[in-house]
Design a protein around this ligand. Structure first.
Ligand code: KG4
Ligand code: ZN
Length: 342
């Protein structure tokens, strides 16, 4: 089956075709970063309008890359939520109308399930059950994943998401928006031990996170040491070290608590090199395994939506073609797939 995947939940228009026998046939991404940069964050109305402009040409581009005609598609998957309502509306409407006009099934995919399943597209893919660390611009969650669609939230951020915390700290260091990757690059040149940032909520039991205090700590550190040479790179390095150690600590706790052997890490912050390196070291120490999507599939993309949709469509699931977007949507309410499907 050839499944077209459409991602328009935030500020990237992503399209891909996933073939259930041969894997990913083609994918393309159009990022709106430049459009929103001057506002220091995503402007929802501009995002929706840009998705409208880019989505249709991107679908044609991906079909051409995949050497497919529209009539050779067997199903359409699109991000139904969570995300910005107007942005979701674009992918949902186009996905549903395309499926309706071609007479093929449509499926609305949960964006974070797309992220969570992305590592399963790799050659060395994790077996269920596993613990998933989902770290994006809007989410920080530790999940227990028993099977496709069977998820339980073990812990989550009580305030800022980890990507949001990277972006806010990057912004106060003058690195623009979204600055997570830029902050990580600057951190490589800094001394991570020049300042000691807190490791929030690691001194008490539980798997929840709190990241909003770190940006305030960064702001005060910058204010109190403005004249120090190399202050920004040292703050970036110390901030990143604190975030990474906090995430690693909670992942290890989650593995111990569940007794599971595998951890998967997904979402934009999963592209962070320091986080990846530390998690690999910890996995080796504890005799567990850690899995990541390829770097290109960590941040938002259409491939993860095509893949998640392909698993559900192959198992016989489909949605009505008059589906509405769901800006807020918990992964715990998803329909489970039988363990042996997909
Ligand atoms: O998953 P994603 O592309 O979009 C959402 O679903 O939110 O994640 C975007 C987030 C942004 O906050 C961005 O700054 C962060 O991921 N990010 C990074 C890195 N690359 C992207 N954060 C830290 N280090 C990176 N290398
Ligand atoms: Zn995402």
């Amino acid at each position: 089956m050839n499944i077209l995947g459409i991602e328009t939940s935030c500020d990237e228009t992503g399209v891909a075709v996933y073939n259930t026998e041969t894997g990913l046939l083609g994918h393309s991404l159009y990022s709106q970063v430049i459009l929103h940069a001057e506002y220091g964050g995503v402007v929802p109305e501009l995002a929706s309008r840009d998705h409208i402009r880019k989505l249709s040409p991107l679908i044609h581009e991906v079909l051409e890359k995949s050497s497919l005609r529209l009539s050779e598609l067997d199903g359409i998957a699109f991000t139904r939520g969570p995300g910005l309502m107007g942005a979701l509306l674009v992918g949902t409407s186009l996905g549903c109308s395309l499926a309706f006009s071609l007479g093929i099934p449509a499926i609305g995919v949960h964006h974070m399930e797309g992220h969570l399943l992305a590592p399963m597209m790799e050659k060395n893919s994790p077996p269920f059950p596993f613990v998933a660390l989902l770290v994006s611009g809007g989410h920080t969650q530790l999940m227990l994943a028993r099977a496709v669609g069977q998820y339980e939230i073990l812990g989550q951020s009580v305030d800022d998401a980890v990507g949001e915390s990277f972006d806010k700290t990057a912004s106060l260091l003058g690195l623009g928006y979204p600055g997570g990757a830029a902050l990580a690059r600057l951190a490589e040149q800094g001394d991570p031990d020049r300042f000691t940032f807190p490791r929030p909520m690691t001194n008490r039991p539980g798997l929840d996170f709190s990241f909003s205090g770190l940006k305030t700590f960064a702001m005060n550190t910058l204010r109190n040491n403005t004249d120090e040479p190399g202050i920004k790179k040292n703050i970036a390095a110390a901030f990143q070290k604190a975030v990474v150690e906090t995430l690693v600590d909670k992942c290890q706790r989650a593995l111990r608590q569940t007794g599971y052997q595998a951890l998967i890490v997904a979402g934009g912050v999963g592209a962070n090199k320091c986080l990846r390196e530390r998690l690999v070291i910890e996995a080796e120490k504890s005799g567990t395994q850690v899995f990541f999507p390829s770097m290109a599939l960590c941040t938002d993309n259409g491939a993860m939506i095509a893949y998640a949709g392909a698993l559900r469509l192959s198992a016989g699931q489909q949605d009505d073609t008059n589906l509405a977007g769901r800006p807020r949507w918990s992964m715990e309410g998803l329909t489970a797939l039988p363990q042996n499907s997909g």
